[in-house]
Design a protein around this ligand. Sequence first.
Ligand SMILES: [Mg+2]
Length: 228
Amino acid sequence: MTRRLCVAFDLDDTLYKERDFVMSGRSAVAEAFSSKAGKSSEELNMIMNAADNAFNSLLALPGIKTNNIGIQEILQVYRCHEPELTLPEESRDVLHRLCKDNVYIGIITDGRRLTQWNKIKALGLDKIVAQQNIVVSEEFGADKKSPKPFGYMMEHCPAEKYVYVGDNPAKDFFQARKLGWTTVMLRDDDGVNVHSQNLNDISVEFQPDYIIDNISDLTNKIIPCLQH
Ligand SMILES: [Mg+2]
């Protein structure tokens, strides 16, 4: 059945702050390698958080070197750990309001299947968004540089209008705009995002239609505008 609207969201730095996942991952790594490094996990966390490159700072430790621990082992723990994450209240409210308004909701996220699904489950998003409307690039076989994830949503969620909400102008809006979607960028309000939002470096076809400061502005300001 065709609905009025379908809104798909990016995951990292859109529905929650990816920094939270990074910190959770570092804690998992600290616990996993604490005894081999000969340091407490608190110490390892401090070392990683103080360094420009967290994992290089770990690899430089004598205990890690003598135990022949390499970057692949560290990344394995980081990428596969079950993170401790909380869905921000504003994100939860927006999703619930959209559900109540009979809007199709989806997630289109680039990344590894296991890592992204661990995040989705930790945030409880699998309880809010229908599984067939969650597109993880590795699992799906195409990322946001391709029109395919957006085309998939259009096929499975027939709607009069489509909206994509993301944070990364390098790849979040170009394909969606080409397919006629309305694109919305959530501004990095506290400067901890993983990807730059410097729109001066980005050509016009990669720019979003709207920029919002808070995800609540999506349901408070943008969506009411689209109805007219
Ligand atoms: Mg993102």
